[in-house]
Write a protein that binds this ligand. Structure first.
Ligand SMILES: [Zn+2]
Length: 75
């Protein structure tokens, strides 16, 4: 990720708060704070998916076990 200095138009990494060319303040420009790293976002989504399918699997297993138990008790 790169951003431009408004004074001298030199590019620098977004983590820089001050331009290394002219010393102009370039941090906290709104878009930087709203940004979330795509890696973290993907990791978060994966975790949610794992939890979601984990719960679903548990419910299905318990339902099947319950049905199996009922069928065997009534025999
Ligand atoms: Zn600059």
């Amino acid at each position: 990720m790169m951003k431009m200095c408004p004074l001298c138009n030199s590019e620098m990494p977004t983590r820089y708060n001050y331009c290394f060319q002219c010393g102009e303040f370039v941090g906290m420009t709104g878009s930087i704070q709203a940004e979330t790293p795509p890696e973290d976002e993907a990791k978060h989504q994966l975790q949610e998916r794992v939890i979601h399918y984990g719960c679903l699997t548990l419910i299905v297993v318990w339902t099947v076990f319950g049905l199996w138990f009922c069928v065997n008790m009534n025999r």
